[in-house]
Design a protein around this ligand. Sequence first.
Ligand SMILES: N[C@@H](CCC(=O)N[C@@H](CS)C(=O)NCC(=O)O)C(=O)O
Length: 120
Amino acid sequence: MIELYTRNTSNGHKISIALEELGLPYVIRPVNTFVGEQFAPEFVALSPNAKIPVIVDTDSGLTVYESNTILLYLAGKAGRPMPTDAARRFDALQLLFFQAASIGPIFGQRRKIRRRSGSA
Ligand SMILES: N[C@@H](CCC(=O)N[C@@H](CS)C(=O)NCC(=O)O)C(=O)O
C-alpha cells in the first residue's frame, strides 16, 4: 500500500494520476501547505525539503520524495511504463528531467507570484 502525502497542486496531481493509471492501491495523507503543515517535524522526517509530494510504501518500507523520483519508483513497482531499450528509456528520462528542471519550477513560481500579487 502506498501512503501519498499530498495536496491539490500540480506536483501532487502527478502522483495521484500515476497511481490511478498504474492501478496501485493507495491512501491519501493530506498536507495543508497553506497553514505550514509541511514544516511539522514528522513530515520533514519524510521529506527533508519540506515539500509535498512524498510517498511511503508500506510493502517495501521505502519513503520517496521528489515527484519525478516518485514516478520512477511507481513505474518500477508496477513494472510499467518505463521502456527498457536505451533510446526510448532515455527519451522518457529526458522528458522527466526537463519537466522537473525547466517546466515545474517556472509554473510553481508563476503560481506563487500570482497568489502574492492577488491575481487569480
Ligand atoms: N521538486 C519538487 C517540488 C515540490 C513542490 O514544490 N511542492 C510544493 C507544492 S507543488 C510544496 O510542497 N510547497 C510548499 C512549500 O514550498 O512550502 C517535486 O517535484 O516534488
